[in-house]
Design a protein around this ligand. Structure first.
Ligand code: SF4
Length: 480
């Protein structure tokens, strides 16, 4: 039997979305790797470093070296992934890396692992394994962005992941890609600007095949931007009801869904808690700079009405916003707090404006010489929305830190979370969904505290003021 270790790396001590216990998800892509591996002569194990380390403080792997170590990594996970891969390689394992960061910079990744898979692995993984078995493993495979109907043939091995860690929530792929081009977002870059929709019957069949009741709809927009997409989404919700596939589910989408009362009604009936929606900013000038067209079309003055419609369907609104974008000044923080209270937002979470590599924001800030975290690959660890990595133009670092503290004090600290819970019950009339929102806010409290801690450390370190362009600190080469 050949052995494969599947690893989801994680920098020790970080808290992010992965700390939200009600939706702690299994690393589904590792479940796909197990399911896509051909033949019966492979034995799999998995380490999710959100739960236990794959490497000890001395830099040694914590597991017996297998034939293959397969690692997936977002950008912030890449430095840790490289270290684990090198430690495993030293002991004779073959190391293969995929995920967004390997696609961002395959040349960088190839310095640390044997093989890199770029793009979405589904179509190419069986070939990777065949080549490995025949001693002909290539250095690089490009999987491209396949039509999502390929997922009909194979479901991720959720049982393998569940046996190991007992995850309460899983996720399911329903769509990928986005036709928009918000400057900070990596979705169009890595999933393409074509909105790819999985046939809804395939999604229903996969839902029927899993015991998981708690499901997150991956990826970033389960509803879409056209009438045809809306019809497909509603067929999916309708199918869940008709096939009695009621799940406790959550997803991401844009605020345009608020205009579709039928969709909201079907979502509520199919077990939806509500959804995470990219509000990003209450300032239209900031939205223009970001290129967030969908919000501009609706207009920020209509946010309140959109949110009311979602509440009327009994669903919660999880507003995701960005702090620190160009155009955000000292007054932005109070405006955001006022928006949360005035519109009765149920959950507020955020990312600090982050120039993920290969996004338009990354290239712009780099050309303006405003990135102060450029010691790569180590500094990739900061590219995860809980750290500041660039200098602001419309405020000082102290303004920013004080502003974030103001948001914490007025949205999270003291009795704020409880008060919001009472407001959610009143607005939605739905105790189950309100309880869900309460638990997310309680978990995000811990994430927020860590972000404030990160900001204070940055103030003390002086790194924010380092001119890494003048000192020629290790430059980044990310071809567009
Ligand atoms: S933020 Fe949303 S709308 Fe904008 S590009 Fe990303 S996925 Fe598309």
């Amino acid at each position: 039997m050949k052995k494969m270790m599947l690893i989801n790396p994680h920098p020790p001590g970080r808290h992010g979305e992965e700390s939200i216990s009600v939706i702690v998800q299994m690393p589904l892509n590792l479940g796909y790797i197990a399911a896509l591996t051909p033949g019966d002569d492979w034995e799999f194990d998995v380490i999710d470093e959100n739960i236990e380390p794959a490497m000890d403080d001395g830099g040694n792997i914590t597991f017996d070296p297998p034939d293959v170590v397969a690692i997936t990594a977002l950008t912030y996970q890449a430095p840790r992934a490289y270290k684990i891969a090198q430690a495993a390689k030293k002991l004779g394992s073959t190391t293969i890396m995929g995920g967004i960061h390997a696609s961002v910079s395959p040349e960088e990744a190839l310095q640390y692992v044997d093989t890199v898979v770029t793009g979405e692995v589904e179509t190419v993984w069986p070939q990777v394994i065949k080549d490995f078995e025949n001693g002909k493993l290539q250095r690089r495979y490009d999987a491209g962005l396949p039509n999502l109907s390929v997922l009909k043939k194979v479901y991720p091995d959720r049982e393998l992941l569940k046996r190991r860690y007992g995850y309460k929530f899983s996720s399911i792929i329903t769509t990928k890609g986005c036709p928009n081009r918000c400057d900070f977002c990596s979705v169009p870059t890595f999933q393409g600007q074509k909105f790819r929709e999985r046939p809804y019957e395939d999604v229903l069949d996969e839902m029927a095949a899993t015991d998981y009741k708690g499901l997150m709809f991956a990826e970033d927009n389960f509803y879409g931007h056209s009438d045809a997409s809306a019809r497909r989404a509603k067929n999916l919700f309708r199918g869940m009801i008709e096939r009695d596939l009621k799940k406790d589910w959550l997803g991401f989408t844009a605020l345009n869904i608020s205009q579709d009362a039928e969709a909201l009604d079907l979502m509520a009936k199919s077990g939806n808690f509500g959804f995470l929606v990219g509000i990003e900013s209450t300032n239209e000038e900031v939205l223009k700079k970001m290129g967030k067209r969908v919000n501009l079309r609706l207009g920020t003055t209509n946010y309140k009405d959109c949110i009311r419609k979602i509440h009327d369907a009994g669903l919660i609104v999880w507003a995701s916003v960005v702090f620190g974008a160009d155009g955000d000044g000292k007054d932005s923080f109070k405006k955001m707090v006022d928006f949360v209270h005035d519109c009765k937002v149920d959950i507020l979470t955020y990312g600090l404006d982050c120039p993920f590599p290969k996004t338009p924001l990354f290239y712009r800030l780099d050309s303006e010489k405003r990135l102060f975290r450029r010691n790569m690959p180590e500094d990739w660890e900061y590219y995860e929305t809980a750290h500041v990595v660039h200098r602001f133009v419309d405020m000082t670092l102290d303004d920013f830190v004080n502003g974030m503290q103001y948001v914490y004090d007025n949205v999270y600290a003291g009795d704020n979370i409880r008060m919001r819970f009472r407001s959610t019950i009143k607005e939605t009339g739905n105790p189950r969904n309100s309880m869900f929102a309460l638990r997310v806010s309680q978990d995000w409290d811990q994430v927020f505290t860590q972000v404030l801690d990160n900001l204070h450390k940055l103030q003390e370190s002086g790194d924010y003021y380092k001119d890494t362009y003048a000192t020629q600190e290790k430059t980044i080469s990310i071809p567009a």
